[in-house]
Design a protein around this ligand. Structure first.
Ligand SMILES: Nc1ncnc2c1ncn2[C@@H]1O[C@H](COP(=O)(O)OP(=O)(O)OP(=O)(O)O)[C@@H](O)[C@H]1O
Length: 648
């Protein structure tokens, strides 16, 4: 689509500067342009004319100026506006001479600047004996008229200034400019004014665009002098546009110099640089107009903004990959213990403080973390999860914190965004935090304290706003006591504690959980018949005496195993206790075959450890501990006594 900027709504405005004869001609011609432009006639010269034009510009603006002779040249030098000069042609000179010859014998032609060569040639060729003179300053004009008067010249054909002077010396003065020359100048001025308006509209549009850009932009001419700069670049450089326009960019900030681009004419794209102590991504490009280089432009981008954009593009490209799928309502179970967990999770969701979830493997720690995130104000932001036990130290470090280009051999070009940066404005879930190596614990502590990450190999940290939810199945107090986990980090993580009880401590939830999981798996396996109630009943009955070391994940696996291996179920037939015994012997063997003393003691040990942990967390308060475990106080007391007896 072509671009036709409007002329700014108002009429063009032209200042026509001239006195005496020129002024009379301007006044005569001006009404003929009233539909195109307002012509303001100024009977002023030199400095006074400049001043009057300045006032006019303030009161409504001026698009172009028409003037002539030395006055016109003076205005051209002192105004940053287009000035169109009335140019006398050969015909004007002849007309002037014809008019003057009717009044006098001895004639002179005085021109501004040099005497046109064709006039001198014409004069000589036809032996006209017209005295040809020229001037550039007002003083020269006066001296010239004095000389002419002294040498007996009777009439002078000249620009207005000289005509005026001639008359003051008693000579005849004939204005050099014809009506045609003035009309031509007026027409030129209207056209120039129209183009100036179009240019101004384009410039305004460009500066509005540049003003709204988040990137810093500066353009220079071939002499590397700043011609255009946007506010973002002003703040990167630390100086205002008024201070910068016209300066050489390389003199102001050598690190931003465009001299190389002007010399080679080649673009250099996305270089990482330090400017004013800040890291920026810089692109340099030549400006080429109609095949000719006319300057160069430099664009500065904020790397954090690029990363944010990169992240949003990536997350859009992989929907759901950085999102929490589950809410607190997906946490199935109505036992008192689970209801308390849900209530506590809702409280956690109200704040942005770090949460520590403690619970055995498979108890739903990640599900709970997702639920907290989705119930929090960060729900529409990224949720990023990582299992700290699943990576060797160096890999975990680069996964969490990212690295810069060339940080180590084999690192990807362009560096890598760490999960902390990827989780910016959202939540990061650090599973198995107790398995994080000590050096990384130190780095994590720094992130939590300073709210910024330092990529591997980087010198400058990147600010991040991330809510941390950590989880562990380990006894962290013990880890701290044994020097395996930093105490200060433990305190930082343990601001809001949620204890997820094991399945065996809330067997009341088992029927509901089994039925929910059976539904889920049957849907996944695309066979609704599998979610048979008979299966749930047999399973629930058989599972009551079982310990569920793998908790809900184990229950889920067991249901899936039964669905896959039990032929009659697939046909819609019943599941018998015997069939289940075959598929999941572990459910029965421990109870039926009386566990060995060694097995019993190790299970007792594990349970005792859990009870003690919870008691410790509750400061020895048995009521609170029983509540957290989802059992009654008497059961807790009984268990403690029995387990202590069982201990080898
Ligand atoms: N209360 C619950 N309701 C429904 N499903 C649950 C519940 N708790 C856990 N699950 C399911 O059990 C499986 C294991 O849960 P999750 O991965 O959250 O446990 P985890 O404690 O983080 O395990 P790990 O410590 O081994 O990483 C998941 O499929 C999860 O959806």
């Amino acid at each position: 689509m072509a671009f036709f900027p409007a002329l700014g709504g108002s009429r063009l405005r032209i200042a026509a500067v001239g006195f005496l004869g020129l002024r009379a001609l301007l006044e005569e011609l001006a009404p003929g342009y009233s539909s195109l432009a307002e012509v303001v006639i100024l009977d002023k010269a030199y400095g006074d004319a400049v001043e009057s034009i300045a006032h006019l510009r303030q009161a409504g603006g001026v698009d172009a100026v028409v003037s002539a002779g030395s006055n016109g040249s003076f205005l051209r030098e002192h105004l940053d506006l287009p000035v169109v000069l009335v140019k006398p042609g050969g015909f004007d000179v002849m007309q002037g001479l014809a008019r003057a010859s009717g009044k006098a014998q001895r004639l002179a032609v005085v021109t501004y600047g040099e005497v046109p060569s064709e006039l001198a040639h014409f004069n000589e060729r036809f032996s006209l004996q017209v005295d040809l003179r020229s001037y550039t300053t007002e003083e020269e004009a006066e001296a010239c008229v004095q000389e002419l008067a002294a040498s007996g010249t009777e009439a002078v054909v000249a620009p207005g200034l000289v005509v005026d002077l001639a008359r003051s010396y008693g000579l005849e003065g004939v204005l050099l400019y014809s009506r045609g020359a003035v009309r031509e100048a007026m027409e030129g001025a209207v056209e120039v004014a129209r183009i100036a308006r179009l240019e101004a509209a384009k410039r305004e549009k460009l500066s509005t665009i540049l003003g709204h850009l988040k990137d810093g932009v500066v353009a220079v001419n071939l002499d590397e002098r700043i011609e255009t700069i946007n506010p973002e670049m002003e703040s990167i450089i630390g100086l205002s546009a008024a201070q910068l326009i016209g300066q050489r960019l390389g003199d102001v900030r050598s690190e931003l110099s465009l001299a190389g681009t002007l010399r080679t004419g080649e673009a250099v794209v996305e270089q990482v640089q330090q400017v004013n102590g800040k890291t920026v991504v810089v692109t340099r490009m030549p400006i080429v107009e109609q095949g000719r280089q006319t300057g160069a432009v430099l664009i500065c981008q904020d790397p954090i903004a690029i990363q944010r954009l990169d992240r949003s593009l990536r997350s859009r490209a992989q929907p759901g990959s950085r999102h929490a799928r589950y809410g607190l309502s997906n946490l199935i179970g109505q036992s008192e213990a689970l209801q308390r967990v849900r209530q506590r999770a809702r409280t956690c969701a109200q704040s942005s403080a770090t949460v520590l979830i403690v619970g055995e493997s498979g108890t739903g720690k990640e599900l709970l973390a997702q639920g907290i995130h989705n119930a929090s104000a960060r729900q529409s932001q990224p949720f990023v999860a990582i299992n700290c036990a699943a990576f060797p130290e160096t890999l975990l470090e680069s996964e969490l914190f990212g690295y810069v280009d060339g940080a180590f051999t084999g690192s990807s070009r362009g560096g890598k965004v760490g999960l902390f940066e990827a989780a910016h404005t959202g939540t990061i879930f650090l599973d198995e935090i107790g398995d994080m190596p000590l050096p990384l614990q130190t780095r994590l502590l720094r992130v939590l304290q300073e709210k910024e990450v330092l990529r591997v190999g980087a010198t400058e940290p990147t600010p991040v706003d991330v809510r941390v939810i950590a989880a562990t199945h380990r006894n962290m107090e013990q880890q701290v006591a044994q020097g395996e986990f930093r105490q200060d980090l433990y305190y930082r993580l343990n601001i809001l504690l949620v204890h997820l009880p094991p399945l065996r401590a809330r067997l009341a939830d088992l029927p509901m959980l089994a039925s929910h999981l059976a539904d889920k798996i049957a849907t996944r396996l695309n066979n609704r018949k599998l979610a048979d109630e008979g299966l749930i009943n047999v399973l629930v009955e058989a599972a009551q005496g079982y310990d569920w070391p793998g908790n809900i994940r184990e229950l889920e696996n067991l249901i899936e195993r039964t669905m896959v291996f039990h032929e009659p179920l697939r046909m819609g037939g019943p599941v018998t206790r015997e069939a289940l015994q075959e598929i999941a012997p572990e459910l029965f063997s421990l109870r039926d075959a009386k566990p060995s003393q060694a097995l019993r003691s190790s299970r007792a040990e594990a349970e005792l450890m859990l009870l003690r942990d919870v008691l410790n967390e509750c400061g020895g308060n048995r009521e609170l501990a029983a509540e957290r475990l989802g059992i009654s106080r008497t059961t807790l007391w009984r268990k403690l006594r029995r387990l202590n007896e069982l201990k080898p």
